[in-house]
Design a protein around this ligand. Structure first.
Ligand SMILES: [Zn+2]
Length: 312
């Protein structure tokens, strides 16, 4: 597979430095509005880096952030990137009832469409928090008009883990209709699937290791799905009082991530998820995973269901 034939997929989860899931010492939703905002400056720095490399990305924007920074959403769209949803409240799926998830998905999609002028096609769940037990959520994603999901992690993480028959982009058959899936990119290590192309993994692993893994995936005919958060290139961000393991996970490698991203974008072609599907989706369209039989029925009342989004 030559470079021109198989670009990789570049994605950003556009959220604040304090949008870290479920940690002691973290902030609650009630604290957010009173905290310093760093998302615009950090996202602009990422956009500049992408422009330098001539790469386009999918920006999965948290609805709460979009509402407070509408001009940022505009700048992302005007620079030629794809705007997609990272939910409104940045809450993990198991805390949602079916009704609250549908409400969150629909509100975030409408808000982002109004602000960007684009049709919003993609969704990524906070923490990649869709598992076989909550596979019902994929039906809600399809039902609310999304064309693709980018939440599933074939390995395991704090909130996710979703074994799939295919490691690259494929189709999902859900109770709400068919969807494209762009899973997390993983590499096989000692019988397990380990992510290497985003978040803490990208910050922790030396560039040489990441480059080798990209080569392995591309030679197997699969694009690598890189994901980064604006806070990950911001060594000056305020530090939260986290337990030491979490502290390491969230703050390791902040000074080297921009340089690694620059190298990745220099050595490999990258496009947005939507552009990848438009150009290359046909080659994987026959890889269909029927998830309708998986997962429990959605809860009617989740005890921690978030409040309705603040948008009309
Ligand atoms: Zn997130």
């Amino acid at each position: 597979m030559d470079r021109a034939a198989l670009p990789n997929i570049l994605t950003v989860d556009v959220e604040e430095w304090f949008h870290i899931l479920e940690v002691d010492g973290g902030y609650t939703r009630d604290d957010w509005a009173g905290l310093e905002s760093r998302v615009e400056a950090n996202t602009d720095a990422l956009l500049a880096l992408f422009a330098e490399a001539g790469a386009t990305a999918t920006c999965f924007v948290v609805g709460w952030v979009a509402q407070r920074h509408p001009r940022l959403v505009r700048r992302i769209a005007d620079a030629g990137h794809e705007v997609a949803s990272h939910s409104y409240w940045h809450e993990v799926v198991p805390r949602h009832s079916r009704a609250s998830l549908v409400q969150d998905l629909a509100a975030s999609r409408k808000l982002l469409e109004d602000l960007s002028g684009q049709r919003v096609r993609g969704f990524r769940a906070p923490g990649g928090s869709i598992t076989h037990a909550t596979a019902w959520a994929l039906g809600a994603v399809a039902e609310t008009g999304f064309a693709y999901d980018a939440s599933l992690n074939p390995g395991h993480s704090s909130h996710g883990g979703f074994a799939t028959p295919w490691l690259g982009p494929h189709r999902l058959r859900t109770a709400g209709g068919d969807l494209w899936e762009i899973p997390w990119t993983t590499v096989g290590v000692a019988g397990r699937r380990l992510p290497f192309a985003g978040g803490g993994y990208l910050r922790l692993f030396p560039y040489g290791v990441i480059k080798t893994c990209v080569g392995v995936e591309n030679r197997a005919g699969r694009p690598v799905n890189v994901y980064v958060h604006p806070r990950e290139i911001d060594p000056e961000q305020p530090r939260m009082a986290l337990p030491w393991k979490r502290r390491f996970k969230y703050y390791v490698g902040l000074r080297s991530t921009a340089a690694k991203l620059r190298a990745l974008l220099r050595d490999h072609p990258f496009v947005s998820a939507g552009a990848w599907l438009d150009a290359h989706g046909a080659r994987v369209a026959d890889q269909v995973f029927d998830v309708r039989a998986l997962g429990a029925a959605p809860p009617e009342h989740a005890p921690l269901a978030p409040p309705p989004p603040l948008v009309a």
